[in-house]
Ligand binder design. Sequence first.
Ligand code: PLP
Length: 356
Amino acid sequence: GFNFSSGPAVLPEEVLKEAQAELLEWSNARASVMEVSHRGKAFIAMAEESERDLRALMSIPANYKVLFLQGGATQHFAQIPMNIGFGGSADYIVTGQWGQKAVKEAKPYTNARVAATGEADGFLKLPPRDTWQLDSNAAYVHYTPNETIGGIAIHDIPDVGNVPLVADMSSNILADTLDVSKFGIIYAGAQKNIGPSGLVVMIIRDDLLGRPTAPMANIFKYSAQAADGSMLNTPATFSWYMAGRVFKWVARHGGVAAMGERNRAKAERLYRYIDGSGFYSNPIEKSARSLMNVPFRSPNETLDEKFVKESEAAGLLALKGHRSVGGMRASIYNAMPIEGVEALISFMQDFAAKNG
Ligand code: PLP
């Protein structure tokens, strides 16, 4: 079968098998990777290698630090303003529910302003660029390039002048090529394209580590984590190890450019079928459709329910839409092979023929 979960999402089968093979005895450590010191030679070597691999994959410039943190993306909705928004204001481009949460969580720590929002259009369209009310004195501009729940994406990198651009790439990191130098911070909860949950990967430009912050404990300071190699305390060791494996898997399968080609092919196939089916529909403005999360509906809710039940029984897992949206949602992250999308379309065709 195929798992269309929005997250925690499928990992590449190759990676799971590698982890399985060395679950009890990892490297030369004579213990599981979960059982060794994060300050020991083997783990440090793995950690350094994972960072090198990610830097190579994403062509991360030398003036950026790569951090392997905990707390989920949600904790960093708060921690980002604590670190780089102190005493100022920040602009938020809100294109869905995650962006809404990000601005809400930032408010206790900075003057977080909604500079643009698609809320009036039910987040089915992007707010037009000429309506964005950007403040050139803002501490940063935050946006969510891929909104996991709504399935809407900003495909180009917005030009926000000299203000650092902060992107929540939880559901689209490593999905395509990216010019990292255009960003101040890129961060992602690991549990879609990177690995198991419990880990946040953050790519942060050096100068942002020097900003004044409110008095706060070291554990919240990105500068302290950077100074300590993300080992101020015990990191999420197993998740980090799995992330390292996934980076190698991405590289082995052609890198992010190949991921991008494959992801576009998968998404195009699925949207083309939905649009031409006369049975299913996807409501998102065409130019802003997500490559990762594809919400769709049948003609009515009774059929949606039937679809979810029958697809699950047929081995196509987790197609139920987000509780706030209803309908169905197919998440087709890096690890989803084209065969999974083909199997889904074939099921959709059968279902439409029987119920149309
Ligand atoms: N941001 C986006 C775009 C997401 O898809 C998610 C969902 O998992 C989150 C943030 C929240 O991440 P976490 O559960 O790691 O806090």
